[in-house]
Design a binder for this molecule. Structure first.
Ligand code: OAD
Length: 254
């Protein structure tokens, strides 16, 4: 299918949809300069070991190291900011019901103005007390490499990033919200995820198993691609604004 035909087909599917779910992963933030996880040369897991940085055991063994890595990632996110892909999804959400279920912890969908967001893997800008479980916003103003480990202002316990690590359960409410939204949706967008990490990947599987049209946007095909209704081989910050422009131009009606 030629590129313009793909855009037109995507606009036709989205144009008639009242309720959309976007399942997003690291690829939607890649063009903000934030590394993905599994890409061969540039992915975070090509350079770092998840076992050393993203497990409860790693944190127990070396909290300074883990906090340092999360602070570094926050610096990258703050520097990169939202890109045209995040902004285009927020634009789509202004004219129709849109639930974003994201594996990203970067908070960039909210920063772009999206409202209904299920954060499946938590949020890197929050921390949670290991003792009383109280969550709070990380005080980035206090952060530098020499800063002491953060402590809970309520009980004085040590805190950890409020993200989901390997071996941990996903937030029940966020996952259930995503499942319900998929069941109710008229169209599902899968953007920038390799669909390899469960249970989040099961949401895309739920989507393709339903009768609801699924559009996948990813420059590289994934295991899901053969099963979707429309695979769009493009980057998020190109495809999503093109989709918004096509909808504005009335492509869905042609
Ligand atoms: P991955 O790194 O596994 O996959 C990123 C996907 O984004 C790949 O399929 C790329 O082809 C695609 N991609 C790259 N650039 C893109 C662009 N500009 N536009 C659109 N797509 C692009 O990241 P995730 O699938 O999000 O979990 O990874 C899921 C989870 O694995 C993460 O949430 C994290 C990680 O381990 C935890 O830390 C628990």
């Amino acid at each position: 299918m030629a590129v313009s035909e793909t855009i037109r087909e995507a606009a036709r599917i989205i144009g008639t949809a009242r309720r959309i779910v976007a399942l997003t992963g690291a690829g939607i933030s890649a063009e903000s300069g934030i590394p993905t996880f599994r890409e061969a040369q540039t992915g975070l897991w090509a350079e770092f070991s998840p076992q050393d940085l993203a497990t409860p055991e790693a944190f127990a063994a070396d909290p300074e190291r883990v906090w340092g890595w999360y602070r570094w990632r926050r610096t990258l996110i703050a520097r990169g900011g939202v890109n045209a892909g995040h902004t285009a999804l927020a634009t789509l959400g202004r004219t129709r019901e849109m639930v974003i279920a994201t594996q990203n912890v970067d908070g960039l969908h909210a920063a772009a103005g999206s409202i209904d967001i299920a954060e499946l893997h938590g949020n890197i800008w929050r921390e949670r007390c290991n003792r009383c479980a109280r969550e709070s916003v990380c005080d980035i103003a206090l952060e530098d490499d020499e800063a002491p480990l953060p402590i809970c202002t309520a009980c004085g316990g040590t805190t950890r990033p409020a993200v989901v690590w390997f071996g941990e359960a996903l937030p029940v409410n966020a996952f259930a919200r995503a499942q319900r939204a998929i069941a109710d949706a008229d169209c599902i967008l899968v953007v920038g995820t390799s669909n390899q990490v469960y249970p989040a990947a099961s949401l895309a599987e739920q989507a393709v198993a339903s009768a609801t049209p699924v559009i996948e946007i990813n420059p590289q095909p994934t295991g899901l691609s053969p099963a979707v209704d429309l695979y769009w081989a493009e980057t998020a910050s190109q495809a999503l604004p093109d989709l918004v422009a096509a909808l504005d131009a009335g492509e869905s009606a042609r």
